[in-house]
Design a protein around this ligand. Structure first.
Ligand code: CS2
Length: 322
């Protein structure tokens, strides 16, 4: 009986490490929109494993795919409210941080090398700074993205084929303006509602990189991938500023080390998977249609320039000339 009392006394005054505050575990909840097979989810799992290892279990990350915690916009609001801690977001953040629109300006990037030099250069730093300040989230690592293409059930080769074309776009005002200018009838819809919208004919098409076309199973409800390649972009894995700042210095350092390793893990997946995904969509019956990309670029450019503020335009011109 005396030994039991002694053990309780020891535990109460921190004699037992696991009972003391320093043994506390912090858990971050991460919500995102892709499915479990997608490179974003696989990279997030790797990140969580690395964080667990590097913090000796002090920080755990629970990952919820398929918009289980809400749409991208809802999760960003959730991070601010403290009900969610992490997500994967990009140009949608322009609703809080105008510079984020430049992450996915139509026909601004010439390809991956150009994009990488922007993300990892001072323009990327400026965008990250605005996201931190205006969205209240800290970018930890980013994913390079395959170009966005337009999917449909009739081939679309030039903007004139967009007459009356009802399409979904994410909550990105710049995309609404660009596709309206090209002649389509865009509407905002959460990613997880797109499949049903296409199946029920509420919309005729949507636009996304091949990996998300695959992730959402769009091959079942769309016959064509029209190779517009209208947006090359990247996307950040972010955590709430408050959540990150609540960590002690060593834990913050461990998270940043894990993020750097997750960054290259995700890049390897991107480089190894994209071609396979394209082939698998073709095997599922999707026909890839060559389009007049110049005509789409010319149709969208004036709307992009008109929709951007002076400050955004400055950044846009720096990107185009980079
Ligand atoms: C996705 C998102 O919802 C979609 O179409 O491609 O990743 C989209 O790009 C978001 O706007 C990114 O912030």
């Amino acid at each position: 009986f005396a030994v039991g009392i002694l053990a309780m006394l020891l535990a109460a005054c921190g004699g037992d490490e696991s009972a003391s505050g320093s043994g506390d575990t912090t858990t971050w909840k991460m919500g995102h929109l892709s499915n479990e097979d997608h490179q974003w989810h696989k990279t997030a799992e790797k990140f969580a494993e690395l964080v667990d290892e590097k913090t000796d279990g002090k920080l755990q990350i629970e990952i919820y795919p398929n918009e289980q915690l809400g749409s991208e916009t809802e999760v960003l609001n959730g991070i601010e409210a403290g009900t969610v801690d992490m997500t994967i977001s990009g140009e949608t953040m322009q609703n809080w941080a105008p510079e984020a629109a430049l992450m996915a300006a139509p026909y601004a990037f010439k390809g991956e090398d150009h994009l990488k030099s922007v993300v990892e250069g001072e323009i990327g730093e400026e965008i990250e700074g605005s996201i931190k300040e205006n969205v209240g989230v800290t970018p930890l690592y980013y994913h390079m993205r395959a170009p966005r293409n337009l999917t449909s059930n009739e081939p679309i080769e030039t903007p004139s084929d967009l007459e009356g074309f009802k399409m979904r776009v994410p909550n990105v005002p710049l995309f609404m303006d660009a596709w309206e200018a090209a002649g389509a009838r865009p509407q905002v819809m959460d990613f997880s509602e797109v499949f049903t919208g296409l199946q029920q004919g509420v919309i005729d098409g949507q636009e996304n990189p091949v990996d998300l076309i695959k992730s959402a199973g769009f091959a079942e409800v769309q016959d064509y991938v029209n190779v517009t390649e209208h947006v090359y972009s990247w996307i950040y894995v972010v955590v709430g500023n408050e959540q990150f700042e609540a960590l002690d210095e060593d834990t913050q350092k461990a998270v940043q080390e894990a993020a750097a390793e997750a960054q290259s893990y995700g890049m390897d997946l991107y480089e190894s998977e994209t071609a396979e995904i394209t082939q698998s969509l073709k095997d599922e019956g999707m026909e890839f249609v060559e389009v007049d990309q110049d005509a789409f670029s010319k149709a969208m450019k004036p709307a992009v320039e008109k929709s951007l503020s002076e400050k955004q335009l400055e950044l846009y011109e720096k990107i185009v000339e980079a």
